[in-house]
Design a protein around this ligand. Structure first.
Ligand code: I3P
Length: 303
């Protein structure tokens, strides 16, 4: 589940949680980039409520005891609002002043192997995805898809992957919003290294110290990922890196969106760099992170 830009003032959350951070109570905002609108609410005490997903909850529970903990929003349990369950986590924007945010979807694949099996066993072509496809490229559907006016989700996801940099670089820019500006989400065709560099450059606006800040944090993250038990034992698909900075020069990078992150059957583990072939469950996450770091380094002026 990724994000779409929206902004919301603080709401009163109902339900309870055993762990509430003791940050001062002040009006909060949340900015969402691309994805399922209505999935988020701003909670009290610097928290964010995200529509409940069991798989995501399981990941957060495990991540809270993993070395990756500093790189994910702190998880505070399940709360209910208007009869809907939500996972409650830290609002990552709380400590920023009019932040700029960017969402990069990580990995060389954006659908789970199990989604591929389901699509074969019980194919359910979707009209909404057909419409999204022809809106970008009227020539993309096959004759059969055109006749059905529908495409399978896995086919749509694969098409999105090859149209963007997901297949060739192992990550893609989903969208960003600079401080006090409209959102930029027109990156479906941002594919080449040069195009991606231009998109990232547009987000950081030649602010070298911001790029240095992100690079330092991404390299720390890579080191921690390479040693993390959680990461070694999970297929991480459709997960994003959230980049946040503000005019004070503060930067932050966090892993978010674990709705399609799945524990592997022991003793299977992944290195997250080996190319995916069906059955090996590899997701290309670290390969994508290597490329992202390399491209950000190229944005810096030669010294
Ligand atoms: C959506 C995007 C989301 C995916 C969603 C797609 O396409 O790939 O990641 O949700 O599937 O529609 P787009 O970015 O082109 O709008 P999941 O990652 O949760 O599968 P959905 O429509 O089934 O929610």
């Amino acid at each position: 589940m990724t994000w779409k830009f929206w902004m919301e003032k603080k709401h009163k959350s109902c339900g309870t949680s055993s762990l509430v951070p003791m940050t001062p109570k002040k009006p909060q905002q949340w900015l969402q980039v691309v994805g399922h609108a209505g999935s988020f609410h701003v909670g009290d005490y610097g928290t964010l409520l995200k529509r409940f997903c069991k798989r995501e909850q399981q990941c957060y529970l495990r991540l809270m005891t993993d070395t990756l903990r500093p790189f994910v929003p702190a998880y505070h349990g399940v709360v209910q609002r208007d009869k809907q369950d939500y996972n409650m986590m830290d609002n990552l924007l709380t400590h920023f002043n009019t932040p700029a945010i960017m969402d990069c979807k990580m990995g060389s694949r954006t659908y789970l192997e199990e989604e591929l099996h389901t699509a074969r066993e019980r194919p359910q072509p979707r009209n909404d995805m057909y419409e999204k496809m022809v809106a970008v490229d009227p020539e993309a559907p096959t004759a059969q898809e055109r006749a059905q006016q529908a495409v399978l989700k896995t086919r749509y996801m694969q098409w999105r992957e090859t149209l963007s940099s997901t297949t060739t670089l192992g990550f893609r820019v989903e969208g960003f919003r600079k401080a006090n500006e409209d959102c930029h989400t027109n990156f479906k065709r941002t594919k080449s290294r040069e195009q991606v560099m231009e998109a990232l450059g547009g987000f950081v606006e030649s602010r070298t110290h911001i790029v240095w800040g992100y690079l330092r944090q991404l390299k720390q993250l890579r080191q921690v990922l390479e040693a993390s038990d959680f990461f070694r034992t999970h297929e991480v698909v459709g997960s994003s890196l959230l980049f946040v900075h503000d005019w004070t020069g503060r930067t932050g990078v966090w892993m978010i969106d674990f709705g399609k992150t799945v524990a592997l059957p022991p003793p299977l583990t992944l290195d997250h760099r080996t190319p995916w072939v069906e059955g090996n469950r590899e997701d290309g996450y670290l390969w994508g992170l290597d490329n992202l770091i390399g491209i950000l380094e190229n944005i810096l002026p030669l010294s």
